[in-house]
Design a protein. Structure first.
Length: 300
C-alpha cells in the first residue's frame, strides 16, 4: 500500500513510518529539511519536503496515498483540515495521533483516582479543550466518505524505530537526574500516568490501518506508574543512592516550562485501552516501563 505519514522524522511518526516501510509498504513522509529527508530516506521512506502549514503539499500527498497517518502534531487544525478535505469521499483512512493528556488534570504531583476508557466522558482542562474538539471534528468525518481513526497514546517509552529516537517524559527525567545527581519529580510525585512501549504502539497503528472501523478512537496503554516510581527506577539505573527529590512547581516550571510541568510531568493521565484489545486484538508484549528503565534501553 502507499502510505503518507506526517512527522516522519519524529519519534512516533518516524517509528510508524519505519515499521510500515520494513513491512513492505511504499511510505512517503513529510519532513522539514534536506537533512531530515536524508535521514528518512536511509530507512526506506520517500521524503516529502514541507511543513504542516503547507496545505497544498499535504493534500497532494494524501490524495496520492492509500492511507494517511498524521503523527506530527496533535493540535494542528489546519493540517487536519487539509488532509480530511483531500480524503473526503475517497473511503481512505486517516489515522490521527492524539495524546492521553486530554484526560489529564493539573494536580501538582498529587494522585488522582480517575481512570478513563474510550467510553468515559471527558471534561478536558482548558489546556486540552481545543485538542478534544479537534478529535471530535476528525471523527465526524466518518460520515463524509473517509475512514477517520484516532490513536491516543499515553506516556511512551523505548527507543524509536526511525530517525527520532527519544520520547518526551523519560528522557527529560533522566537528563535532569544526571544534571542534579539525583532524580527529581514535580511535587510529591504521586501523580500517575499510563504508559506504552513504542514497540507495542507501532503494532497498534498497523492493526488500526488494517481493520479499525471509521470513527474509532483507541487509547494505547499497557500499565501505569507514578512519576515517583519512574524516578526511583532512574536512580537505581544510574546508581544514585537515596530517594528522588520533590521539586516545587516553580522549580519544575523553571526546568521544563509551565505547560510541560503542569500538564505532563505533574498531572495524572490514567487510561485503559479497552477497545484496542477487544476490537483490534492488540496484545502488548514489550517490557514494562520500570523494567525498561532499569534493564533495557536506558541503562547506562
Amino acid at each position: 500500500m502507499k502510505i503518507f505519514c506526517t512527522g516522519a522524522s519524529g519519534y512516533i511518526g518516524g517509528s510508524v513510518a519505519a515499521h510500515l516501510a520494513a513491512a513492505g509498504h511504499l511510505v512517503t513522509g513529510l519532513v522539514r529539511s534536506p537533512e531530515k529527508a536524508e535521514a528518512v530516506r536511509a530507512l526506506g521512506i520517500q521524503p516529502v519536503l514541507g511543513t504542516l502549514d503547507d496545505g497544498e503539499i499535504l493534500a497532494q500527498a494524501a490524495w496520492a496515498a492509500d492511507i494517511v497517518v498524521n503523527a506530527a502534531n496533535a493540535d494542528h487544525r489546519d493540517a487536519v483540515v487539509a488532509l480530511l478535505d483531500a480524503l473526503s469521499g475517497s473511503g481512505k483512512p486517516l489515522i490521527h495521533t492524539s495524546g492521553s493528556s486530554i484526560v489529564g488534570n493539573r494536580s501538582r504531583g498529587e494522585r488522582s483516582d480517575a481512570v478513563f476508557d474510550e467510553d468515559t466522558p471527558i471534561s478536558p482542562s482548558p489546556a486540552r479543550a481545543a485538542r478534544v474538539a479537534l478529535n471530535e471534528f476528525i471523527l465526524s468525518h466518518r460520515d463524509k466518505g473517509c475512514r477517520p481513526v484516532i490513536i491516543c497514546p499515553s506516556l511512551i517509552y523505548g527507543i524509536g524505530h526511525g530517525a527520532g529516537r527519544d520520547s518526551v517524559q523519560v528522557p527529560l527525567l533522566i537528563k535532569l537526574a544526571k544534571k542534579r545527581g539525583n532524580a527529581a519529580h514535580a511535587g510529591p510525585g504521586e501523580n500517575i500516568w499510563s504508559n506504552v512501549h513504542i514497540d507495542d504502539l507501532v503494532t497498534l497503528y498497523a492493526l488500526a490501518i488494517e481493520k479499525a472501523p471509521a470513527g474509532s478512537f483507541y487509547f494505547a496503554e499497557n500499565g501505569e506508574n507514578s512519576m515517583r516510581e519512574a524516578c526511583e527506577a532512574i536512580n537505581r539505573m544510574l546508581g544514585f543512592a537515596g530517594p528522588p527529590t520533590a521539586m516545587s512547581m516553580a522549580e519544575a516550571a523553571a526546568e521544563w516550562g509551565e505547560g510541560t510541568a503542569e500538564d505532563t510531568m505533574a498531572s495524572n493521565s490514567r487510561v485503559r485501552a479497552k477497545r484496542a484489545r477487544d476490537e483490534l486484538g492488540w496484545h502488548p508484549q514489550a517490557r514494562g516501563l520500570i523494567e525498561e528503565i532499569e534493564q533495557g534501553c536506558y541503562r547506562e
